[in-house]
Design a protein around this ligand. Structure first.
Ligand SMILES: [Zn+2]
Length: 235
């Protein structure tokens, strides 16, 4: 099983690795990786795998049968190769800021209005949120965005750690996504925004809310009786 370095240290931009296997010349499995695989509402990372002077672009990273597979742009890598991995850090760091911002916004909206978050997708340039809320208007969302921005101006640490499943499930609101119960594992990874939110989550986050900057509303949509959609982006 590939060691998922991004779960431990989200700021690793570069790391050595050993190729474990290669399928069809371009699906590469490593002994350890800094590349986040698409999932949990967070897009996959991109970057490079370098062997000696040969550079392989990582165009997709996914999780298949529990294994993290890196799709590279051309064949050449083989099992046993010692490689160096380099992230497209600009893209990843934006996603980290957006992901942490999304948790803060979801937490404030959920606590303040009782809105149930039904979907959440990060993109490189915006965040999309689906939630269920009866009484609603644009002013309410602006209010919660302003509340979130106030928090992003404060020095609030973000931590991640594992907890035994039983203990984790006792945290109120640890699963905010409707129907998104975490997998049946003995331990859950918790992302804690100190004093703001605790969430079972496998994504990559910034260490301090100050790194988020500011977010702004892009647009809102009504998707049915109580189903709302909001897009916001990093400013
Ligand atoms: Zn998350």
């Amino acid at each position: 099983m590939t060691k998922a370095l991004f779960l431990i240290e989200s700021y690793l931009k570069e790391s050595p690795a050993t190729v474990i296997s290669v399928k069809d010349g371009k699906y590469v499995i490593l002994d350890q990786t800094i590349f986040y695989p698409k999932g949990g509402g967070q897009p996959h990372d991109t970057g490079k795998i370098i062997k000696d002077r040969a550079v392989y672009s990582v165009v997709y990273v996914g999780k298949f049968s529990g294994e993290i597979s890196h799709e590279v742009d051309h064949p050449g890598l083989k099992a046993g190769d010692a490689v160096n991995c380099i992230l497209d850090w600009e893209r990843r760091y934006k996603l980290m800021r957006s992901h942490t911002a999304a948790h803060v916004f979801a937490s404030l909206l959920n606590q303040g209005t009782g809105a149930l978050i039904t979907g959440n997708q990060l993109e490189e340039d915006h965040v999309r949120f689906d939630f269920s809320l009866e009484k609603y208007d644009r002013a309410i969302l602006e209010e919660y965005l302003a509340k979130a921005n106030k928090l992003f101006a404060t020095d609030i640490p973000v931590k991640w750690y594992e907890l035994p499943r039983e203990e984790a499930m006792k945290i109120p609101g640890v699963v905010k996504m409707a129907n998104a119960f975490p997998p049946d594992l003995p331990t859950l990874r918790i992302v804690e925004i100190v004093g703001v939110d605790k969430q079972a989550d496998g994504g990559t986050h910034v260490r301090n809310l100050k790194e988020v900057g500011r977010i702004e509303l892009v647009k809102t949509e009504n998707k049915g009786k109580h189903n709302r959609r909001i897009y916001f982006k990093l400013n």
